[in-house]
Design a protein around this ligand. Structure first.
Ligand code: SF4
Length: 799
């Protein structure tokens, strides 16, 4: 994990933790108003902490890692402080009051009636003088609100307020005390409430006009495509009724607008706060924004706030800097300038990254963190899957904390299986442990040595290069947890290790232990002995320990449950049961299979059973595949895509074709192409030109690209796309077999054929398209394979 990602992880953990015990902003009434003529009747309810977060945050943004106490440590610390108080001391005093339509509530930590002193406890680690001033200001703002609520409840004219900071290691208290009059506190309360209320009322007005406009929204085209209406109706009904939907719909019918439009249309009826449109790839994000732009353009004055979420590495103006006041000018004073930037953003509404960048630069705030703030106030957020599904996902955390009612739309949902597996997998490399040991200060040498010893014992006891275990070795887990505790204490004292290998190992270990704690039959613990890239470092203990998720259902299920509705759609979601099982969708998930609008006459599908693309037959297959491509090219010159299982195979066939038919123009996908290189590959598909693009099945050109008409007239698929036979897949197959009784299908067949169908879908993009598809391998004849291919294909065998 790199330093930026690590800092991100920490800031998200902190954000979620901060929000988890608070109500963000919620209408106390059941439903938002949709009648514009009625007087506002909404009442807002807000926790003191959230009120102050909104009105009092000031100063610098600072995402440097400062290990904060866990929730349990905080509770334990509070108990210790309270236990030290004398007789008559009141703890956890509930307080509340109204200001206009705003109801403010909270719980003060303690009140000493003898000293007339209201106390707020804050636990911390390390040196109190390092606490940023803006944190202290926030604590005071919060305590003064409690002060007024308490004075009002008890009829007091004056009160002593104490911020009590409790250091967890030394158990020492530091108290900061001030005496305030009830009048001054009331003024403080009124000032904060008024600012919050102004914003809340403008939000409520926005919500009313948004829902009114969405109720009248019309489809932005003259008519639906064939199949698009069926999809849109299914999405509308399921979002309105709060259900999950698995929708398989062919490419080319306009799935993006066919799912976004009905979800927006259902927002008022479903009383939705937000729609999250989640994508696997940048291309999906671009299409979603184009569809939303079209919807907004088609409806005059549609007050719909759209925000595009992008990764920090794409949004950062100073990638070499740290995200704090000293390191970055856009972090310095971020919270002082945030309210103006936020208010300006609300007037723009369509906040793609071009707009957000312009706005952020104008207000001198960080674009990445501004975008995160704007996501709270948006109606539609468009971003990668990880914003909702990741272990520390921001949108999921906010949904839970704020009680948002959301519809989650998952574009190209077949990708979620693999993406989610990666999200819930963690590994530790022996090389990283060694580097951490080399950089460790004296206090961490012993815990890391224990980790090393446990590691070595474990790896040396394993004879095989690879082995999967059903449980986590207790000794290793204990050693890792002891290291985490020691490192947390050390990093609190000395937070200078921002981009350090030691800190990186600490983050990796935290993630590893978090996932290891929930090891079950859906997850493997595995040890893979490896040769380090540098042979000098190779040793018999060099290994990678991995907690590998193979079935993400346990992690995804609560995320689907937190959404009012979830719509997962793709051209390839067959068989539905596989996706329901693996993704943990609710049992009552609706399914819809939209009939293809295309006719068999549009696509000539030729199956070549005389060729085997199995690994052992590769060499023999090169010449026949080259001849098939050349013959088709001669019969019908034009642009083609040829798909293979690997780069090696791709290059071997391309070399053979070039040697035998040098007149055919070829271009090839390469490993790790940059975005401009990928664009260059696609730019060669010019209508009327001729040539063959060689690509890897399942790669960047096998889905999510659109080459309509004569830009692409055919495709060759010389593989079944089956995942490779190796130790990991063999273990996954064993698990799938034990759980579902379908090891081969769940591990190899379904994921493989899904890729074939996706790649084949590049050929026919519109009702006017015509093309040819070659399925090159004898296994395409098998019934279990044929049953997974689109029903509208008419397949003929060729010699
Ligand atoms: S612009 Fe500054 S605050 Fe924003 S992500 Fe980059 S370094 Fe961090």
């Amino acid at each position: 994990m790199d330093a930026a990602a690590a800092a991100d992880l920490c800031s998200l953990i902190t954000t979620i933790a901060e929000l988890a015990d608070s109500l963000f902003m919620q209408l106390a009434t059941d439903a938002p108003e949709v009648d514009s003529h009625s007087a506002p009747r909404s009442k807002y309810e807000v926790a003191v902490r959230v009120l102050c977060e909104f009105t009092s945050k000031q100063g610098d943004l600072d995402t440097r890692f400062t290990p904060s106490p866990s929730a349990q440590e905080g509770v334990a610390g509070h108990r210790i402080v309270a236990s030290r108080r004398g007789e008559g001391y009141e703890t956890e005093v509930m307080v509340a009051a109204d200001y206009g339509t705003l109801h403010v509530r909270g719980r003060a930590d303690g009140y000493d009636p003898h000293a007339n002193r209201l106390e707020e406890f804050k636990t911390y680690r390390g040196d109190l003088s390092r606490m940023p001033a803006n944190h202290r200001a926030l604590h005071w703002a919060q305590l003064r609100i409690y002060g007024w609520l308490f004075c009002q409840a008890r009829g007091l004219s004056e009160i002593s307020l104490a911020l009590v900071y409790f250091e967890l290691a030394s158990e020492e208290e530091t108290s900061l005390v001030e005496v305030q009059s009830a009048r001054a506190l009331e003024q403080h309360f009124v000032d904060h409430c008024q600012r919050f209320l102004d914003w809340a009322e403008s939000e409520s007005a926005h919500r009313r006009s948004r829902d009114r406009a969405l109720g009248a929204l019309r489809f932005p085209y003259d008519k639906f495509h064939a199949g698009q209406r069926q999809l849109a109706e299914a999405v509308y009904c399921n979002v309105r009724d709060g259900r999950s939907l698995l929708a398989q719909a062919p490419t080319g019918i306009g799935k993006t607008i066919g799912t976004l439009f009905p979800a927006l249309k259902a927002m008022p009826a479903a009383r939705l706060d937000k729609v999250f449109y989640l994508v696997a790839k940048t291309s999906g994000r671009v299409l979603a924004l184009a569809a939303l732009s079209r919807i907004k353009a088609s409806a005059a004055n549609l007050p719909l706030r759209v925000v595009e979420l992008v990764a920090r590495k794409k949004a950062c103006e100073y990638p070499e800097n740290t995200c704090d006041g000293a390191g970055c000018p856009l972090a310095r004073g971020f919270y002082d300038r945030l309210p103006a930037a936020r208010a300006a953003a609300m007037t723009i509404e369509f906040l793609d990254q071009i707009q957000v960048r312009e706005l952020a630069l104008k207000h001198s705030v960080c674009r990445y963190y501004l975008t995160q703030e704007l996501a709270r106030w948006s109606d539609v957020a468009v971003g990668d899957y990880n914003y909702y599904f990741d272990l520390n996902a921001m949108l999921y955390g906010w949904t839970l904390a704020a009680g948002w009612r959301v519809a989650v739309q998952v574009d190209e949902a077949h990708n979620l299986v693999e993406r989610a597996r990666n999200m819930y997998t963690a590994s530790l490399d022996y090389g990283a442990l060694i580097e951490a040991r080399q950089r460790a200060p004296a206090t961490l040498k012993q815990p890391l040595a224990c980790v090393d010893r446990a590691w070595q014992r474990l790896v040396r006891a394993q004879q095989e290069d690879y082995r999967a275990y059903d449980s986590m070795p207790a000794a290793l887990l204990r050693a890792l947890e002891a290291f985490i505790a020691a490192a947390r204490a050390y990093l609190s004292e000395d937070p200078q290790h921002q981009a350090d290998k030691l800190q990186a190992f600490f983050f990796d270990t935290v993630r590893f232990c978090r996932l290891a704690a929930g090891l079950d039959c859906d997850t493997l613990f595995e040890i893979a002995k490896s040769a380090a890239a540098d042979p000098a470092r190779r040793s018999n203990v060099h290994a990678i320990l991995c907690v590998r998720n193979v079935l993400p259902r346990r992690f995804l299920a609560p995320r689907f449950a937190a959404a009012h509705a979830a719509v997962l759609f793709s051209a390839t979601l067959a068989p539905h049961d596989f996706y329901l099982d693996v993704l943990g969708l609710p049992q009552d998930t609706k399914r819809v299979d939209v009939r293809s609008p295309f006719h068999p006459e549009q696509l000539t599908v030729k199956l070549v059973p005389s060729v085997s693309t199995r690994y052992r037959d590769r060499e023999r297959s090169l010449a026949p595949i080259a001849e098939i491509i050349a013959a088709q090219f001669e019969a019908q010159p034009g642009n083609y895509l040829a798909f293979f299982s690997s780069f090696e195979y791709l290059h071997a066939v391309a070399a053979r074709l070039s040697a035998q038919h040098p007149g055919i123009s070829l271009w090839m996908q390469e490993r790790q192409m940059t975005e401009p290189e990928r664009d260059g590959f696609l730019a060669r598909f010019i209508a009327g030109d001729c040539g063959v693009g060689f690509a890897v099945l399942g790669g960047a050109f096998a889905e999510g690209i659109d080459l309509p008409g004569l830009r692409l007239v055919g495709a060759f698929i010389a593989t079944l796309g089956l995942p490779p036979l190796n130790c990991v897949n063999a273990e996954i197959e064993r698990r799938m077999s034990a759980i579902f009784g379908a090891g081969y299908k769940y591990t190899y067949l379904y994921p493989g054929i899904q890729k074939v169908v996706q790649a084949a879908g590049r050929v026919i993009r519109a009702p006017s398209d015509r093309g040819v598809l070659y399925l090159i391998d004898d296994r395409f004849k098998r019934r279990e394979v044929r049953s997974l291919l689109p029903a509208w294909w008419r397949i003929s065998e060729v010699a």
